[in-house]
Design a protein around this ligand. Structure first.
Ligand code: IMP
Length: 201
């Protein structure tokens, strides 16, 4: 089975990516499982730049195809912030819970109708020689809740109410999240491309 390395060591993302890539015909591995160093400065101005840098670095280090995801949450009342800075929002000293609290503080006094937001994921596949082979994008629309709810998922999931469901991402089962999430949409398209690549050479 050919290998596909995931260009991340983030456990929340690894779990989702593995679920979504089942049945593609690739052995899905992480850089740490392969024992290869993987550290990329995510200084790009766009999700694509960051995803491409991560995919290239992982593919070169591992010597096989790599799949990278760069993602973030875009809050309309904050002019689209934190966006591409979502993982570093509030500075390096904060953890997921601290970033959620900061977001809720910034939105204090913002009425329900103006709390709209979206998760966006850009997924890039790179070859071992560093070429970018394909890019996919997924978006999940919703709004920022008044307080955290649910214990599933990671990151901003407890405060992201999914449009049309009335539940936060953290209140969904893993399968329910995959069905509606930004990453689910982008990675399902990537999985179809990967399957076709194996079938048609
Ligand atoms: P990066 O793609 O490694 O730059 O990190 C993206 C950041 O966006 C994560 O650390 C989370 O804070 C946030 N994020 C991306 N996708 C999700 C998700 O599915 N749920 C919750 N937070 C997410």
């Amino acid at each position: 089975m050919p290998r596909l390395v995931l260009a991340t060591n983030n456990p929340g993302k690894v779990a989702e990516l593995r679920r979504l890539l089942v049945g593609t015909g690739y052995e899905v591995v992480t850089p740490s499982e392969l024992g290869v160093a993987f550290e990329v400065d995510e200084t790009g101005a766009t999700y694509f730049e960051n995803a491409a840098a991560k995919a290239r670095a992982a593919a070169r280090a591992a010597g096989c195809l790599a799949l990278a995801d760069d993602s973030g949450i875009e809050v309309d009342a904050l002019g689209g912030r934190p966006g591409v800075q979502s993982a570093r929002y509030g500075g390096e000293g904060l953890d997921d819970r601290g970033r959620v609290e900061l977001l809720l503080r910034e939105l204090e006094g913002v009425p329900d109708g103006k709390r709209t937001a979206r998760f966006r994921a850009v997924v890039v596949i790179a070859a071992p020689d560093g070429r970018i082979l394909q890019t996919f994008e997924g978006i999940a629309e919703g709004s920022i809740a008044r307080e955290p709810r649910g214990a599933g998922g990671f990151g901003y999931d407890p405060v992201f109410t999914v449009r049309g469901l009335g539940k936060t991402m953290a209140e969904l089962t893993p399968e329910e999240k995959d069905a509606v999430s930004h990453r689910g949409q982008a990675v399902r398209a990537a999985a179809a491309w990967l399957r076709a690549r194996l079938e048609h050479g």
